[in-house]
Structures are given as C-alpha cells and as structure tokens.
Design a binder for this molecule. Structure first.
Ligand code: MEV
Length: 436
C-alpha cells in the first residue's frame, strides 16, 4: 500500500501503471480487464473519461427495457439500467397485467425545489427581519443574470423567506428559497442562485446601519440546495374491480386481503417498510440511471419523505372501496430531461428518445409508475408464490455463468429447472452430474 501526491496529474496509462504496481500486483489480469472495458471509439471513450476524475475504465450496467406501460393513455417502453435479475421481468409483468385494466394514471402534485442560505446571527431578530425586507429586492436583482434563461423557460426563483431556527440551534437562521426549474434538474442553477444570495446578504449587511451600530452581522455558513423535495411530488395509481384480480371470486378476495395487509404492514413496520421501499427503488433508480439523473439525490429525498411523519413508512398505499381495488404511490422526484448528462451520454440520449423526449414532469410520471409497477409485482409475488421462485429462475443464468457453463449445459439446465426448484446447490449438483 502506497501514498502518492499528484495522482490526478498523471495520464490515464500512468495512473493504471501506478495502481497495478501498488494495489493490484497480485492480480495479473488487472490491466487486461481495465482495458477490456475501454471503448474502441476514442472520442466516445474520452467523453466518458471526462464525466468524472481519475477515470481508468468504464463500469457497465445492463440497459434493459420494460414494454407495454400504458401511462395516462400513452404507451411506453421504459428503459431501465439495473444489474439485479428479475427487476425488469417484474416490471414487464406488472405493465402487462395493468394494460387491459385501464393502465396507470398519474398526477403531478408539485414541482417546487428548495435550497437554503444557512447563516448565523447573534443580534435582535426584529433587526434581521427589517434588514431582510430591505434586502429582498436586491437578492432578486443580483441573481438576474443567473435566472434570465430560466425565467424565459417559465421557471426561476419562486420565493425567498427568512426563517428563524434559533429555537432548534443557537443563532441559526435561514433563507428558505424555493425554485421552479422546469425541465432541468436544476442543481447548478439553484446552487448558483443560493451562493449569490449568500454574497448579497453579507455585502448588504456590512453597509446596514443597524448592524453597524450594534456591531453584529449575519455570517453565512453555507449555501446549498436540499435533496428533500416533498413539494416536487408525483402520484401514480392503478385501479380495477376486485373481481379482475383472480380467476375466481375466492382467489380475488384472498389476493386483495393479503395484498392490502402486506401494504399496511409496510406502513406500520419499518423493518418491512425499508425492504418494501427498496423494491420500489429497484424500479425508480433503474429509470433514473437510464435517463442520466442523480439517483443518490432521488434516494436521499425519497427515504426522507418516507419518514416525514416521524417513522419510516411505505411509499405505496391501498384502498378497496365499493368493489374497486386502488393502489397508488406518492413520491418526490426531482428529475431533469435537459442539461447535465442528458445531453452528453449517448445511452441517456437514447433512453430519453425511447420515451419520446419527455418533459421533466412526464419523466416524473414515468418513473413513479416504474416504482409502483415494481412494488405491485413484488408484493403480488410475496403474498402468492413467494419471490424466490421467479427470482432464482432469473438468477439461474448468473449461477451458470459463475461456473462457466457451456451452451449445451445452459440449455440442459434451463430445461431441467423448468420443473425443478432452482437453488445454488442444485445448479452445482446438476453441472457436476453433466460434467462427470
Ligand atoms: C428485492 O430486490 C426487492 C424485494 O425484496 C422487494 C419487496 O420485498 O417488496 C422483493
């Protein structure tokens, strides 16, 4: 193990040499593997290299497609970037199930994003309030060059409020700022506005007479957007008569009883809620990744939303009323379809084209639907067959690959496991039998 300074200044090949010499000396295939994943198209490789720093290779994820999604009357094939087996199969199964039952209906409940200037102030609150009213027009005026384009697209700064947080933390105040960023995720736009607000606040404060005479000035701690976006919210729903949920009345009623109870368990039991929501995020993250959005931001915001009432709970809900089964999700999704990776990564551009170049609001709808479909499929399996049957069937290929199965062995194994339960050890037993 070795230290280095100036690593970022080395060329890609020098970085690889250093790395393989110091950290991968016992891994003879290292250089081959690193280079195997380079793109032969040099311009494309350069594009990927420049997305981030110190790049040595590309890390692939499969890009799959879940077709047959009827969302508000429009048919979509949804691109999903995910490595986990059975996620895309489950989404496809759910989309097909709801296709002849009215499909998915969605509603945008809000598109507001939030950011803060967090600052300290030790003086009288009323003096700060008077100063804020005074300085507010300047906050808008001095961000005019940043907001010009966004204003033209119908977005911009929605409001700036002064919030007194001193009951929770001594001397702590915020500028609570709300934004509309239209089709952009808007992180750079929001952070640029916030940093300008911070600068204006401090500069104007130094010239404000009441602060000068009291010798207390606001001190900016930090300016940053929040990934908690409870007002950038979308709802997606499916519904159908209970009788359509099984082959017989008995089957339908049992399904609805168990399914509804499963959702209620996820609402009150955090251990279950986390796994339940993880299944939802299988769908959401896969679309977020395929469309070049920031899945860490989405994850952080979604889980905070799931805990907004003081305990972690399910993102989906169910109701049965007058013989109608209704299943829905409400989820905060700050997504963009312009800017960032969306105009750079060829597969992101392709994914957005596959979705017919959606607006950010459309992408919110599609992504929420992917989450709802995933949850429907997972809970459906859980309360009927269990998930392992389907999961292990899809996982069979991974196990066969792990043991370098030949084409013949794969065909035989797939045939064999049509009527037998897939387990890791059963696959090994079968391979050993075939090989002896
Ligand atoms: C696995 O990735 C996701 C599930 O565990 C979700 C769930 O339990 O609802 C199947």
């Amino acid at each position: 193990m070795s230290k280095i300074s100036g690593f970022s200044k080395l060329t890609k090949l020098e970085k690889i040499d250093w790395l393989t010499e110091h950290y991968l000396s016992n891994y003879p295939k290292a250089k081959t593997i690193i280079k195997q994943y380079w793109n032969t198209d040099e311009a494309l490789q350069k594009l990927h290299d420049e997305f981030t720093e110190n790049t040595i290779s590309n890390y692939y994820l499969p890009l799959g497609v879940a077709p047959n999604f009827d969302i508000d009357g429009k048919l979509y094939a949804i691109p999903m970037a995910i490595e986990e087996s059975s996620v895309i199969a489950a989404a496809s199964k759910a989309s097909k199930f709801w296709l002849d039952k009215g499909g998915f209906k969605t509603e945008i409940l809000g598109t507001t994003k939030v950011g803060h200037v967090h600052f300290n102030y030790k003086g009288k609150t009323q003096v700060l309030k008077d100063f804020f009213e005074n300085v507010k027009p300047r906050l808008y005026a001095e961000t005019a060059s940043i907001t010009k384009n966004m204003d033209r697209r119908g977005g911009g700064i929605k409001d700036i409020e002064l919030i007194d947080k001193t009951e929770s933390l001594d001397n702590y105040y915020q500028l609570y700022c709300t934004f509309e960023t239209v089709d952009a995720m808007g992180a750079n736009f929001i952070n640029s506005c916030l940093e300008q607000f911070g600068q204006t606040l401090e500069t104007e404060a130094r010239a404000y007479q009441s602060f000068i005479s009291e010798e207390v000035f606001p001190e900016v701690i930090m300016c940053i957007l929040s990934n908690y976006v409870p007002e950038c919210l979308v709802r997606a729903e499916v519904s159908c008569p209970v009788s359509q949920l099984g082959d017989t009345d008995n089957e339908s009623e049992q399904f609805v009883r168990k399914f509804s109870q499963a959702i209620k368990i996820a609402q009150i039991e955090p251990y279950r809620a986390v796994t339940h929501n993880k299944g939802i995020m299988n769908g959401i993250d896969a679309v977020v990744l395929a469309t070049g959005n920031d899945f860490r931001a989405v994850e952080a915001g979604v889980h905070a939303f799931a805990a907004r009432e003081g305990h972690y709970s399910s993102l989906t809900h169910v109701k049965v009323e007058n013989g109608i089964f209704k299943f829905w999700i409400e989820v905060p999704l700050a997504l963009g379809t312009i800017g960032g990776l969306t105009s750079l990564h060829p597969l992101v551009k392709l994914s957005l084209a596959m979705l017919d170049h959606p607006s950010a609001m459309e992408l919110m709808r599609i992504t929420a639907v992917a989450g709802l479909a995933q949850n429907f499929a997972a809970v459906n399996s859980l309360v009927t067959t269990g998930i392992q049957k389907g999961h292990m069937k899809m996982h069979l290929m991974n196990i066969l690959n792990q043991f370098d199965a030949s084409e013949n062995e794969r065909t035989e194994a797939v045939e064999y496991f049509k009527t037998n339960t897939v387990t890791h050890s059963e696959v090994i037993n079968l391979l050993e039998k075939m090989r002896s």
